[in-house]
Design a protein around this ligand. Structure first.
Ligand code: SAJ
Length: 418
């Protein structure tokens, strides 16, 4: 049966674009979020997050009456869960939001419904959702992962998102999808729902395989970035430009080193590899080490800034960029923030921060002594030393003469200098 009405839980960076694109293809979508301000803003046709073209698609879907938002789940044909899955203090997956989302849809589930988990989850979590739903609704038969062909009233699957922040709307449609069902029929049911929006190929498999595929993609990228960052750690003390090393090495036909930087941020690549480590702690030294190399970069950057001549002479330091990557407003797990904190621990100089996507400093920096958020031009005219942390266009396309006479640490190799 074609899905006519989707109830989507979690209207964040993945959930809202997914809801809006489904709605723009004619599917009725009820978006659910626990935050009333988010719900109100979406119902007014205004997305609460910055993503290219999202405002236009949300506005169109809301005006057409295809997308509405609310704080509690409603009856629907399919439920998509796109809530955060962070890790706890011991780097173990925290499934509390996933559990709360699953529990919230249990009362409105009925025979024939589909439940899809888009959130990135540790291996086994899709089956766990099935057990939670079974406990909440003993009157409905959930799929039994131990007996994949057995009869069930509700389908459950994992269809992990793979979209890149900054290109979400494009990638949502164009990227291939890996869909893992708790049973083949669950995967097929899910593929027919996503077929309304996805132009890429859909690869059907089991839920645990899809779970590990998604985690592997982000761990792969993390390990590769860690390699580049380790080279930067080596090149720094040798006074070798790591950017040139990477560029020249990449002329080899089978070498493709990624870009070194101040570390790895965001809610995905900095988190997901730990889910693999948590499921096999004794068998994952490479993935664990890569995480530690990337997590160590902000401290390395801070020590290199502290060693600059003008910094040692007491000059003001301008720190350019706080978000975890260029031209987005997302500050989550940002290594740029960690670099500023590490720098504050090493020096007493005035630190001026420039971040065009925020009006105030994040909590982690707001109470630090002598650290202020200022406009780009003000920071550059006051600073004797400049550190590029996030390669926003505002900085990388700036007139090179602005940086003249200053000590520069370009952690991303992205500035145009004279
Ligand atoms: N970074 C580097 N050097 C590089 C590439 C990235 O230092 O050469 C840094 C970035 O500055 C940033 C971090 O790594 O701090 C991650 O950025 P990213 O652009 O690599 O990825 P995310 O976290 O924005 O999105 C990733 C994507 N995963 C992969 O590319 C394998 C995306 O497709 C996923 O959907 C997303 O994670 C997710 O939600 O899981």
């Amino acid at each position: 049966m074609p899905v006519k009405h989707v109830c989507l839980i979690g209207l964040g960076y993945v959930g809202l674009p997914t809801a809006a694109v489904l709605a723009s293809r004619g599917v009725r979508v009820t978006g659910v979020d626990i935050n009333p301000a988010t719900v109100e803003s979406i119902n007014a046709g205004r997305p609460h997050i910055i993503e290219p073209d999202l405002d236009m698609v949300v506005h169109g879907a809301v005006s057409a009456g295809k997308l509405t938002a609310t704080t509690t789940p409603v009856e629907a044909d399919a439920f998509i869960i796109a809530v955060p899955t962070p890790f706890d203090d011991d780097r173990q997956p925290d499934l509390s939001y996933l559990r709360a989302a699953a529990t919230s849809i249990a009362p409105v589930l009925k025979v024939g419904d589909l439940v899809v988990i888009e959130s990135t989850v540790p291996v086994g979590a899709t089956a766990e959702v099935g057990r939670w739903l079974q406990a909440a609704r003993p009157d409905l038969k959930m799929p039994d992962p131990e007996h994949p062909g057995s009869q069930h009233d509700v389908c459950i699957s994992h269809s992990p998102e793979r979209v890149l922040p900054g290109r979400v709307l494009l990638e949502l449609v164009r990227n291939d999808r890996v869909i893992g069902g708790l049973g083949d029929d669950c995967a097929q049911h899910t593929a027919s729902l996503y077929g309304t929006v996805v132009e890429g190929e859909m690869h059907l498999t089991t839920a645990p395989t899809a779970e590990l595929v998604k985690l592997s993609e982000n761990a792969f990228r993390d390990v590769n970035i860690a390699f580049a960052n380790e080279l930067a750690n080596v090149a720094g003390p040798l006074n070798i430009d790591v950017g040139e090393v990477v560029r020249l090495a990449n002329h080899h036909p089978r070498v493709n080193i990624l870009k070194p930087g101040p570390g790895v941020g965001g809610h995905c690549i900095a988190v997901d590899p730990w889910f693999i480590v948590a499921s096999a702690p004794d068998r994952t030294p490479l993935i664990r080490t890569a995480r530690n190399v990337n997590d160590g970069r902000p401290t390395v950057i801070a020590s290199e800034v502290a060693a600059l001549g003008q910094v040692q002479a007491g000059a003001t330091v301008a720190c350019l960029g706080l978000s975890y990557k260029a031209d987005i407003d997302d500050l989550r797990e940002s290594p740029s923030i960690h670099a500023v904190i590490a720098l504050r621990q090493l020096i007493d100089n005035e630190i001026l921060i420039v971040e065009p996507h925020t009006a105030s400093l994040p909590a982690a920096l707001a109470n630090l002594d002598n650290v202020r958020l200022v406009p780009f031009e003000d920071a550059l005219s006051a600073a004797g030393a400049v550190v590029l942390l996030t390669d926003h266009k505002l900085f990388t396309q700036a007139n090179p003469s602005l940086f003249e006479g200053k000590d520069i640490l370009d952690s991303r190799g992205a500035l145009k200098l004279l």
